[in-house]
Design a protein around this ligand. Sequence first.
Ligand SMILES: CC(C)c1onc(-c2c(Cl)cccc2Cl)c1COc1ccc2cc(-c3cccc(C(=O)O)c3)sc2c1
Length: 228
Amino acid sequence: DKVEITKEQQVLMQAILKAYERHQIPQDVAKRLYSAEENFLLLTEMATSQVQVLVEFTKNIPGFLSLDHEDQIALLKGSAVEAMFLRSAQVFNRKTPAGHTEVLEERIRKSGISEEFIKPMFNFYKSIGELLMSPEEQALLTAVTILTPDRPYVKDHAAVERLQEPMLEVLKKLCTLHHPHEPQYFARLLGRLTELRSLNHYHAEIITSWRVNDHKFTPLLCEIWDVQ
Ligand SMILES: CC(C)c1onc(-c2c(Cl)cccc2Cl)c1COc1ccc2cc(-c3cccc(C(=O)O)c3)sc2c1
């Protein structure tokens, strides 16, 4: 009762296998189709959950919930993109298994963002990586970004400043403690906040070009970015 493949069965199997291997969609097409659309959708999903995380983080900033409610919204809307650039920068520069960060880089590079914006985005990621920020510095820098008094539509600037100031004080001290040989470190950190502002403008154009190409965002992103 030994199982034997007959000669004819061998021939039949070879023919089927050859046909199967020959009829696959060309790899570049598969990669291109799969990557552009799929990357945008995945990044949209990640940005949406990132906004949810950001709202929770912001609600836990001492004093934030006692700000005027409309100002709370204005601060969140005004800082969301910058906070997400900071977050995605941490992910980029995190020493996780190489595949992880490359995947994010690959997905952002192939999500329909035009080359003119990719450049400054990745320069920013690199400049954040070079700072080697501690988790405390990352958290405080994000809180300082959210508590920026001069966002559009903020009414009570002074109230926001009163929250941001102590954060800056602590951040300044941390920089001196963590980087004793770099007296300019705190200034370099604040320089990143200026760079973030310019990325805001690029981002508005990126959103517009996605919309022109009929890309859909989630309700939460539409609300926070005032689109649709
Ligand atoms: C709508 C979508 C297409 C979009 O539009 N503009 C941007 C954007 C892009 Cl491209 C770059 C910067 C800022 C924005 Cl806002 C995006 C995608 O934004 C994001 C935002 C944050 C994060 C955090 C991630 C991340 C991964 C792994 C782990 C973690 C983690 O927190 O552990 C986080 S991915 C991710 C994607």
